[in-house]
Design a protein. Structure first.
Length: 111
């Protein structure tokens, strides 16, 4: 999967095109992710002890991982603050990292 938890991603396809947000949950088995503030849906709830009023609760629904790209945070990149494709870079120590295709800088998760 080309994205991870806490990544800043841009939505490239679907009803939410153009929005950006942070990944709050990754559903690997379904190939889907949940992004904060993107794809909001209403869940209708009955009155209960926790929520005596009941009503509509707004929450994020999952979107396909194929519809998002990680955002490049390098100011010198021509695609700064936009979704970019990534490539794997292997360091001398043998570690792998994700890098922006355009500026070759590391894509880091926003902790």
């Amino acid at each position: 999967m080309h994205v991870r938890m806490n990544d800043l991603v841009a939505v490239m396809a679907g009803n939410e095109t153009g929005k950006t947000g942070k990944i709050i949950k990754v559903l690997r088995e379904k190939n889907r992710i949940i992004v904060k503030g993107v794809n909001l849906v209403y869940k209708h709830t009955k009155p209960s002890q926790k929520n005596p009023q009941g009503g509509r609760i707004q929450k994020e629904a999952s979107i396909s991982v194929a519809n998002v790209l990680p955002v490049c945070q390098n100011r010198n990149c021509k695609k700064y603050n936009m979704g970019v494709r990534t490539k794997k870079k292997i360091l001398e120590s043998g570690n792998k990292l994700r890098a922006c295709v355009y500026c070759d800088s590391e894509i880091v998760s926003a902790e």
